[in-house]
Write a protein that binds this ligand. Structure first.
Ligand code: NAP
Ligand code: F7E
Length: 335
């Protein structure tokens, strides 16, 4: 039975990837960082099928110990400080975790398990102020946030460990992907949850920032499949994973509100605090290499994704589950 180590298993992608790998017959080891309150909500339903081990990307020694103890065949490095606005508030932490965390894991793999296969969770945020449309594996990077810059570092260190040491180290450049398990501060979840709250009379409006930004938005369950396919290839490489479509935040609002018979223009209010010091205006990926080499293509469409998320949040709120409001504390001061 192959063994996979997932960092970031408590996150959105970690939970979908763990489910997927269990289905493929893997023993799944999930690295979880210590917290005063443990939040395993996204993996509760599979907790008895996976092994959780305490660890942190900030701590090199613990990574080495985990690799020595579990000797995974595949390492999926999904852990990161992943929220772009927070990366302006906490740029050093973002660099330590999102950038140097990759080096710590790669260095551990190089010394302990050089025959393992490594997946780095790279991001379309690396393209930032885009140099071409659509963005492919050969598009130059121009990050627009400490998060984007940290991901560029992690991407290039992955390429460098591949080329310097011959490691099977692959970088998946994933465009935005959501799901009902998406963190509440990310825009598509903020909208789906906000619409459901308005429908049920729990909120009056939905404060948002830039509605003009455009994103290539897929379903997390589709995108994690591509991660696994990448590590099944004989040679490590870089792959863009995207839908090839782009939609504005305004369009997300239109689709989400109309799902519950509402007009977004009656409820969405402009809130300067959700605008960013530097914006990524347009992302749209060219997933043709992933299609050609991996045989990967997305199944869930943009509209299906937004409907899935709105339906799920409506059910969640109807069942009386209250989620903490995390969006306020991640706002940025006016420029
Ligand atoms: P997420 O939901 O924010 O999950 C991040 C995970 O990283 C959580 O499990 C978190 O643990 C963990 N983590 C944070 N700091 C850590 C540390 N110091 N040591 C160990 N674990 C730590 O992110 P996601 O949406 O699943 O994304 C997965 C990865 O793909 C991330 O690297 C993200 O940057 C990247 N990515 C995401 C997208 C997207 O649209 N979702 C697109 C491209 C790339 P806690 O639960 O303890 O906080
Ligand atoms: O913003 C605009 C905002 O925070 C999307 C992460 O998973 O994908 C994600 O990064 C857009 C931006 O995601 C609000 O200005 C408007 O243009 O949902 P987001 P992101 O920054 O694209 C990439 C690929 C990753 O790698 C990241 O880890 O929506 N927007 N109003 C807003 N965004 C938020 N969060 N909140 C608003 O109120």
């Amino acid at each position: 039975m192959p063994t996979a180590l997932i960092t970031g298993i408590t996150g959105q992608d970690g939970s979908y990837l763990a489910e997927f790998l269990l289905g493929q017959g893997y023993q799944v080891i999930g690295m979880v960082r210590r917290a005063s309150v443990v939040t395993l909500d996204r993996i509760e339903h599979i907790q008895d099928k996976i092994t959780l081990v305490q660890g942190d990307l900030l701590d090199q020694i613990c990574l080495v110990r985990i690799l020595q103890e579990y000797r995974p065949d595949e390492i999926y490095n999904l852990a990161a400080q992943s929220f772009v606005p927070t990366s302006w508030h906490q740029p050093i932490l973002t660099g330590e975790v999102t950038a140097l965390g990759a080096t710590r894991m790669l260095e551990g793999m190089r010394t302990v398990l050089p025959s393992a296969r490594y997946y780095q969770a790279s991001s379309s945020e690396m393209f930032g102020k885009v140099r071409e449309v659509p963005q492919s594996e050969s598009t130059p990077f121009y990050p627009r946030s400490p998060y984007g810059a940290a991901k560029v570092y992690a991407h290039w260190i992955t390429v460098n460990y591949r080329e310097s040491y011959g490691l099977h180290a692959t970088s998946g450049i994933l465009f935005n992907h959501g799901s009902p398990r998406r963190g509440l501060e990310f825009v598509e979840r903020k909208i789906s949850h906000g619409v459901a709250a308005i429908k049920l009379g729990l909120a009056d409006n939905l404060p948002l920032g830039n509605l003009k930004a455009r994103r290539d938005m897929g379903f997390a369950g589709d995108h994690v499949r591509a991660m696994w396919l990448m590590l099944q290839q004989e040679k490590p490489d870089d792959y863009v994973v995207a839908t090839g479509e782009t939609h504005s935040i305004r369009e997300i609002c239109e689709v989400a509100f109309s799902r519950l018979g509402l007009d977004y223009e009656d409820y969405v209010v402009r809130d300067e605090r959700f605008f960013r010091p530097a914006e990524v205006d347009l992302l749209v990926g060219d997933p043709s290499k992933a299609g050609r080499v991996l045989g990967w293509e997305p199944v869930v469409t943009f509209t299906e994704l937004i409907h899935m998320m709105v339906d799920s949040d409506l059910k969640l709120l109807q069942s009386g589950v209250q989620m903490p409001d995390v969006t306020e504390m991640t706002t940025l001061k006016r420029r």
